[in-house]
Design a protein around this ligand. Structure first.
Ligand code: FAD
Length: 465
């Protein structure tokens, strides 16, 4: 049993945890970073954001190569070497986790591998491959993240996978059911479809990616109609594992009358916070019945020297939110006056095409009684979109009608996630339609559509690019 005494311990080395640890170390605080994994980066780098994007990149290239035949360039059918695709994904993850480890060493942040549990409000016990370590700390940041939700009626069978299993890319199932029409399920569905799987998607609600703007999803549904068989307002009631496949029974609007056979079922019905798994109660920290830990704007829990950040403090469960919260917690511990108060947090589904939104959706504006107006620019009228065969796109901005300020925006189309930054900045800066419309956007770019949507709101649009 070894013992460590430190000013700060950070429990969980995901985007929230490592960002907090690095910021704290930069501010001169002696920091220990604990994670059950051997590599830093948490879910995001190891089994989340990054490996999924490496595979989505492959999916995009396959689709684009196929598409080029209609522009006079043919490559023939792609041959998939699954081992090499997996190697590519692993090399991307490896490069980034190695980079994080270097950054950690450079800052003299001590990495302790092992599973940590609080034993008091100043002590944590970590059990790792090298034995037990007791850490005594002045301050702690809980950044233990979240894990996939399981459905109790689904059998424990290797053909039933979650996002981590899907990213392992063990094989390419002939027919796969994506259970849950949210971002993670659709991203993985996009990958497997491009690699050759036949994909069904079942979603209990009446819209895929339910939090996204409905006009944007309308376009998305059009673009995926030949790729996925989507069953909305339908639920899975049973899964039976048989020798020749998984037989799934559905109920609801689009439910097939008989059980359907699948080679694999990807369960992607959300993630649950890990708040209850760190023995936070031993430190006096309150964890709610779902596993979330309540914090104030400075990311402080009900125990004054213990902070919490990332997925386990609430929605949206996104890496960039965790990073900003981590910075706040570290700076507050260092004595700086800082708090977490963003006007907006962007969301992106890196599907093909991408779906992205930030700020208020039209539905939220309506529900909140905001006097708003929406202005949309269809990409079919964008020179760049036409030249790039990317006309399946839409840019939509939501304005406060009284002030003219941008209060929300949503996009669908190639690189929508990259474009979203401009709208987020406009919202954070309190920009109004005139600011956006008068900003000269390079021509021909897809970003022009943002300026043009602002011109539409102003009634000043004169021509199309
Ligand atoms: P996590 O990244 O969840 O890390 C928590 C860490 O804590 C883990 O490494 C875990 O091992 C460790 N841990 C937990 N309990 C203990 C313990 N008791 N002792 C020691 N260690 C412990 N978000 C985006 O913003 N963009 C995306 O494109 C995106 N894509 C995603 C794709 C997939 C497939 C998945 C699953 C998620 C994706 N996310 C994405 C979500 C993103 O991964 C999370 O929001 C983010 O990782 C949360 O960061 P975190 O710091 O809260 O914790």
């Amino acid at each position: 049993m070894s013992e460590i005494k430190t000013q700060l311990v950070v429990l969980g080395a995901g985007p929230g945890g490592y960002s907090a640890a690095f910021r704290a170390a930069d501010l001169g605080i002696e920091t220990v970073l604990v994670d059950a994994r051997e590599t830093l980066g948490g879910v995001c780098l190891n089994v989340g954001c990054i490996p999924s994007k490496a595979l989505l990149h492959v999916a995009k290239v396959i689709k684009e190569a196929k598409h080029l035949s209609s522009h006079g360039v043919s490559f023939g059918e792609p041959t998939i070497d699954l081992d090499k695709v997996r190697d590519w994904k692993d090399s991307v993850v490896g490069q980034l986790t190695k980079g994080l480890s270097g950054m950690s060493k450079m800052r003299k942040v001590k990495h302790v591998q092992g599973y940590g549990k609080f034993t008091g409000s100043n002590t944590l016990e970590v059990e790792g491959k090298d034995g037990k370590t007791t850490i005594t700390f002045d301050n702690a940041i809980i950044a233990a993240g979240s894990e996939p939700v399981n459905l109790p009626f689904i059998p424990d069978d290797p053909r039933v996978i979650d996002s981590t299993g899907a990213l392992e890319l063990a094989d390419i199932p002939e027919k796969m059911l994506v259970l849950g029409g949210g971002i993670i399920g659709l991203e993985m569905g996009t990958v497997y479809e491009a690699l050759g799987s036949k994909i069904d998607v079942v979603e209990f609600l009446d819209q895929l990616i339910p939090a996204a703007d409905k006009d944007i999803i309308k376009v998305y549904m059009k673009t995926i109609k030949d790729k996925f068989n989507v069953m909305l307002e339908t639920k899975v009631t049973a899964v039976e594992a048989k020798k020749d496949g998984l037989y799934v029974t559905f109920e609801g609007k689009k439910a097939p009358s008989d059980p359907v056979r699948y080679d694999k079922v990807l369960v992607a019905v959300g993630r649950k916070p890990n708040g209850a798994l760190v023995a936070a109660d031993k430190a006096g920290v309150t964890v709610d019945e779902r596993g979330f830990i309540n914090v104030d704007k400075q990311m402080r829990t009900n125990v004054s020297n213990i902070f919490a950040i990332g997925d386990l403090v609430g929605q949206p469960m996104l890496a960039h939110k965790a990073v900003h919260e981590g910075h706040v917690a570290a700076e507050v511990i260092a004595g700086k006056k800082h708090f977490f108060d963003p006007r907006c947090i962007p969301s992106v589904a890196y599907t093909e095409p991408e779906v992205a939104w930030v700020g208020l959706t039209e539905k939220e504006a309506k529900e909140q009684g905001v006097n708003y107006e929406a202005a949309s620019f269809p990409w079919a009228a964008s020179g760049r979109a036409i030249a790039s065969a990317a006309t399946d796109g839409l840019t939509k901005l939501i304005f406060d009608k009284d002030s003219g300020r941008v209060i929300g925006g949503a996009l669908i189309g190639t690189n929508a996630g990259e474009m979203l930054g401009e709208i987020g900045l406009a919202i954070e800066m309190g920009a109004d339609a005139e600011d956006v419309a008068l900003t000269i956007h390079a021509h021909p770019t897809l970003n022009e559509s943002i300026g043009l949507a602002a011109e539409i709101f102003e009634g000043s649009i004169t021509d199309m690019p």
